[in-house]
Design a protein around this ligand. Structure first.
Ligand SMILES: [Zn+2]
Length: 157
């Protein structure tokens, strides 16, 4: 039985399973992960899960939660997290930077480029640096600085 991973309001990894949310308790030596019900404190709930990868290997005390399950908020939180990521991707011009740089490169260089996602992350870090530099009193046109950083990153590789 596969599980869905989410994020708690405190930014911790959670597991969503059968309408209940679990927070991580510990990584076990054998490679599995122990989780306890998110309401283990507030409701003294003792329900637990053990997962390996994204599969349940043990579901102790199934159906013995001391409370009813409602993962709507957990799932909403997860959706928002995904939307934020999408928004960042849309706002970031790393894709267009990537495209404009790639258009000028030889095939050999293209082969040596890291995976597109890795590059996009690198470019976004570079953008942050650029923004910091700009805040320090060196205003740069966003498009120009993006392209400059993209080229620098490519040369560095
Ligand atoms: Zn519970």
């Amino acid at each position: 039985m596969a599980v869905v991973f989410g994020t708690s309001s405190k930014g911790k990894v959670t597991v969503v399973y059968r309408n209940f949310e679990y927070v991580k308790e510990r990584d076990n030596h054998c490679g599995t992960t122990s989780w306890r019900c998110q309401k283990y404190q507030s409701m003294q709930c003792k329900a637990r899960l053990i997962t390996s990868g994204n599969h349940i290997v043990s579901n102790r005390q199934p159906g013995e939660h001391t409370h009813s399950g409602n993962v709507a908020t957990a799932l909403a939180r997860k959706a928002v997290g995904e939307m934020k990521t999408k928004m960042n991707e849309m706002n970031a011009t790393s894709s267009s930077s990537h495209a404009s740089v790639v258009a000028t490169l030889d095939n050999d260089v293209l082969m040596a480029l890291p995976k597109r996602k890795t590059l996009a992350r690198t470019l976004q870090r570079a953008r942050l640096k650029a923004a910091t530099a700009a805040a320090g009193g060196t205003p740069l046109s966003p498009v120009t600085s993006d392209l400059q950083f993209a080229i620098q990153v490519v040369l560095y590789l």
